[in-house]
Structure formats: C-alpha cells, structure tokens
Write a protein that binds this ligand. Structure first.
Ligand code: ZN
Ligand code: ZN
Length: 313
C-alpha cells in the first residue's frame, strides 16, 4: 500500500506512513496552542477587545466571501474550526457514530458538546484535535487521510503566520549576524505557551529558552490561571516536563498558602458595629490567577532545596 500523503510504500497496512502520522500528530499538538493564543485577540472579545492592527483586512477591491469578518485572525480561526468540524463529520459518516456516553473528544467530533463547552471555541477546537488524533489510526485507513494531513498543514501555516501579528513577551533583540560586524537587532516576542521565537525582521527562529532571562524578566508580572501558567512554563523550562504535574503542584502551593492568588475585586460596603460606620469591603470575584514571578520563585526554591537534600544524603 502507498501513503496517501507522501506516496511512499507503507509497511503498516495503513494508507498513512509512520512519518505522515507523526506529522499529523504534531499538527494536532500545536494547532490548539495557536488557536487559544490567537483567540484572545479576536476583536470584540470582552477584556481584550482591541483588534490587532496587522490583523485588519484592508479593502483592496477583492471580493470577500460572505463569511469574512474583516479581521484576519477571526477569519483564519473560523476557517480552521470549520475545517476540523468537517473532518469530524467525515469520520462519523464513514465510521458511524460513537458509543454513548460520549467522551468530550467524541462529542466534539459529533458536534454534540454541552453548551457551556460549545461556547468556548478554543476548547471545542482543542477537543476536535484530541478526537481526530485519537482516531488517527482508524482515519489512516480512509481515502481522505492524505487530504486531512495536507489540510492540517495548511491551517498550521496560516495560524503560525498570524502568531507574528500578536504581541507576546519581549524576548530581547535578534542576535543573528547580518554581516560580520552587525546583528539583526530587531525586537522579538514570544507567545505564552510557544517554545520558539521567530524574528519578525530576518525570520530566524530560535528556541524560547535561549531567551529565557529576558522573557522571565519581562513576564514576571504575567497573571494566569494554573492551567495556562503550567503550559507556558513547560514550554519555556527544561526542568518542567509535564503540564498536568506542574498544574497539580501549582494547585497544591495555592492550597497550602505558599502561592498567593490574585483576584479581580468588586467594591462593596458593610456596616461595622464596632466602628459604627460603613466600611469598604473588597470582595474577590472570579477565578484565582497567579503571578509568573511568584511561581518561578517557588520552582527555584524547590530546586535548591532538592539539591541541598541530595548533597546532604
Ligand atoms: Zn507518508
Ligand atoms: Zn532577526
């Protein structure tokens, strides 16, 4: 049999070779990261409603499709989401429905997610990726398997191209030598959760952790919920390998009071018997978030403690 994507002869009895399956798995891994990071910059979202200037489509006489929003980020995200839902439907058409109760991944593929999840497009997209990856071996026997890998590559390219438009953490100036004496010097930015930085000027791509000192300094005041925090740190630090494990540890630190949580507050007034007057009470609301700088301090403290105990024993 031949691979439907690259044409090589396959020995696994599937219509996708090992390499092309690996490529698909890689796309399923990075696409949700791009999606979530970019979704923060959709215009009209509360909190981060400012559109990214480079994302606006300037009218150039081109006939726009009726679905176009005029914002490139929104358009590309919509296209990617539609594409993956369509592949999900194709899988169900060929394989029949899934056994109930549905897992979230299978529910996403069946377009049958509960409303509170279906409203979060980035989450839906992530579940679609997880679902398609889960069924990849089954997909690799279907005639559209090669087409799927090509389409994933297409959306990967499109979304990655947009990452450069959105601001992230300053990662220092580009050190790439343009001549013997001069360096490129353009400012570079890294997105939380990505492991690499691409220079907007010369295009050289370097590992985010090579810029770690600058990034961590720049990002110390970044606030995030434990999940996003764990994802960003695992992308940056060699010493952290597992998002779920770091996530659990963050929760523990917060629970033990080692890690201070930051909340939005709402101002309220309360009558104080003791003072015989109204006093201001600020009530924390919403989810707890944490400061990257605080988490790093705890991580390094733990590292030094671990090193000390090792030396002592
Ligand atoms: Zn192949
Ligand atoms: Zn450069």
């Amino acid at each position: 049999m031949n691979c439907l994507h690259c044409g090589t002869t396959t020995s696994n009895g599937l219509a996708l070779c090992e390499l092309c399956q690996y490529a698909a798995a890689k796309h399923f891994e990075v696409l949700p990261i791009y999606f979530r990071n970019l979704a923060r910059w959709r215009p009209g979202r509360s909190g981060t409603s400012r559109p990214v200037p480079g994302s606006r489509v300037l009218y150039d006489g081109e006939i726009r499709s009726p679905d176009a929003t005029g914002d490139r980020i929104s358009d590309r995200l919509n296209e990617a989401l539609t594409a993956l839902s369509t592949w999900g439907r194709a899988l169900i058409d060929d394989r029949g429905g899934f056994e109930r109760p549905l897992t979230y991944a299978d529910a996403a593929l069946s377009d049958d997610l509960p409303d509170e999840i279906a409203d979060d497009k980035a989450l839906v997209f992530a579940w679609l990726c997880i679902g398609l990856e889960h069924h990849l071996v089954s997909i690799a026997t279907l005639e559209w398997a090669g087409e799927l890998v090509r389409d994933l590559r297409h959306h990967d390219d499109k979304l990655r191209g947009l990452i450069d438009l959105v601001p992230g953490w300053y990662a220092g100036s580009c050190q790439r030598k343009v001549t013997m004496e001069t360096k490129c010097g353009a400012p570079m930015f890294v997105m939380p959760g990505l492991t690499w930085v691409t220079c907007p000027s010369c295009g050289s791509t370097t590992a985010a952790r090579d810029h770690l000192d600058v990034i961590l300094d720049e990002a110390a005041d970044w606030l995030a919920r434990p999940k996003a925090m764990a994802e960003a740190l695992v992308a940056l630090l060699d010493s952290e390998q597992s998002v779920p494990r770091l996530y659990t540890r963050l929760r523990q630190w917060a629970h033990q009071g080692d890690l201070e949580s930051v909340h939005h507050t709402t101002r309220d007034y309360e009558w104080s018997e003791e003072h015989k007057r109204l006093i201001v009470t600020d009530q924390p609301t919403g989810f707890a978030r944490y400061r990257l700088g605080d988490v790093l301090a705890l991580l390094t403290r733990r590292d030094t403690l671990a090193a000390k105990t090792e030396r002592a024993s």
